[in-house]
Design a protein around this ligand. Structure first.
Ligand SMILES: [Fe+2]
Ligand SMILES: [Fe+2]
Length: 474
């Protein structure tokens, strides 16, 4: 399954064998490049960035590293190899052959799923447009740009599906994907979390840890889909997504590391201290955990949802790791426990497992981010600092689902709206917290040097040293 780079659009789907499709995508390509130039990383056209490019979709050795000017990055269409015998492995169609074309009755639902996923990809590039200007090192700048070009490629992945399988409507949707803009009042991106600003690198790292991981869970459940081309493209996207989550998790870890080092050196014991020494205090970091976690939980949708049940029974979207679960894969008589509000209290309630699929995917997600927090917590632990990060309660700061409109603190204790508003800044980043972090952000361009607020990584990219020239400016 090597990728053909001799084509205008690199691909492993034999694009040359379908001239109509090829021409349509070749018409979309300049519009994509126009979008990249308008909304991609600012002032980055001439930079040479040490990027990886996919050369094969095999498990090992799919990446090639080298200096690339980003507008010349070879965005293309890469699917993992098809399995002719693949069968649908959950829902009402279980046991039937996976679909190679879109069944008419699911056409509009599948199109909506693909458009919603596709819309998040360019949105995050737009949100991160200015960050290169304040990169804390060349290593970090390179990682940001790697994430950006790959989100651009994820857009290609969804646009290929729209063009290839959805005819005229699909081509129109592909154009709209380039027209919406993150944060635009008239034509915003579809999901709220993708219209929030990414004001600084801490927000970027938190976003890559929390929100890219939501992407992983959504892609994982689409990788189970009965619609085989969607499954195959999502499986390849997941290999790219792993790096984005690494960038987020290690970026936050290095920030914690640096703060703890300064606390140790200066003999600080209060987690609110550190600002006078130019690092981000642990209490402020916890507020960013609270914010990014809660807005990302909203992306899973309502805990109890008849749409989620329909997506599952019709085979459009499976559970996380559906294939590995030892049950009947129909869930018609199973139940699932979900937290809900009842008479002003948070209670645990049983729901049919089918309608509770969003809650279940969210719970699988929480298990993974908790494991990430446990890894972060080893840093203060090893340095003898008693502070530990905690995930906020699922009822905290929610706009969607069972806890929308309730007022709970990060421990899940309910209170009045007035009290919540009064205490908000104890739990969520305030304007002055953002301003403080922005004040730390200054571009560091000398290879091997890092801004004061963040520790260097343990190792470089692709076996290169940490002081490697990851970005060249000529
Ligand atoms: Fe993505
Ligand atoms: Fe991503």
């Amino acid at each position: 399954m090597n990728i053909d780079y001799s084509q205008l659009i690199p691909n492993n789907v034999d694009l040359a064998g379908d001239r109509t499709l090829q021409r349509a995508l070749e018409r979309w390509q300049p519009a994509f490049l126009g979008w990249w130039n308008d909304t991609g990383p600012i002032d980055s056209t001439d930079l040479q960035v040490y990027l990886r490019t996919a050369i094969s979709v095999d498990r090992d050795g799919w990446a090639n590293f080298g200096y690339v000017r980003m507008p010349e990055y070879r965005w293309g269409i890469f699917l993992v190899p098809g399995d002719e015998d693949r069968k649908i492995h959950f829902g009402d169609h279980m046991g039937q052959p996976a679909w190679q074309e879109v069944p008419g009755e699911y056409r509009s639902t599948l199109r909506r799923i693909i458009v919603t996923q596709g819309d998040t990809e360019p949105a995050s590039v737009e949100q991160q447009r200015l960050l290169g200007k304040t990169a804390p090192s060349l290593y970090d700048m390179r990682n940001l740009f790697q994430v950006n070009v790959e989100e651009g490629r994820h857009l290609w992945a969804m646009v290929y599906l729209l063009h290839r399988y959805f005819g005229k409507d699909g081509r129109e949707e592909a154009e709209y994907l380039l027209e919406r803009r993150s944060g635009d009042t008239n034509n915003p991106r579809i999901l709220t979390a993708f219209n929030e600003q990414t004001r600084h690198w801490l927000a970027f790292f938190m976003f890559a840890f929390f929100t890219d991981r939501d992407g992983k869970f959504q892609l994982s459940s689409l990788a189970e889909s009965a619609f085989d081309p969607l499954s195959r493209t999502c499986r390849f996207m997941l290999t790219e997504e792993a790096h984005h989550m690494f960038v987020g998790e290690s970026g936050v870890a290095r920030t914690i590391q640096r703060t703890c080092e300064v606390m140790k050196e200066r003999g600080l014991t209060d987690p609110a201290e550190g600002r006078q020494h130019g690092v981000i205090d642990l209490n402020t970091l916890q507020k960013f955990v609270n914010f990014h976690c809660s807005v990302t939980l909203d992306l899973f949708g309502s805990e109890v949802s008849s749409n989620a049940a329909t997506y599952y029974t019709t085979g459009l979207k499976g559970r996380y790791e559906e294939g590995k679960r030892p049950d009947d894969h129909r869930l018609s008589s199973d139940e699932y426990l979900v937290l809900d509000m009842e008479n002003g209290k948070i209670v645990e309630k049983r729901f049919p497992a089918l309608t509770a699929l969003n809650a279940r995917l969210r719970d699988d997600y929480i298990e993974e981010i908790q494991a990430g927090l446990n890894r972060w917590n080893r840093i203060p632990e090893q340095m003898g600092i008693p502070f530990r990060f905690k995930l906020p309660h699922v009822a905290f700061h929610r706009k969607i689902g069972n806890f929308a409109g309730t007022f709970a603190n990060p421990n899940g204790e309910l209170m009045s709206e007035a009290e919540w508003n009064q205490r908000r800044d104890e739990w969520l980043p305030s304007e002055s917290d953002h301003k403080y972090i922005e004040s730390l952000m200054g571009q560091v361009l000398e290879p091997g040097k890092f801004a004061n607020w963040i520790a260097p990584p343990a190792r470089g990219i692709n076996g290169r040293p940490i002081d490697f020239e990851y970005v060249r400016f000529n």
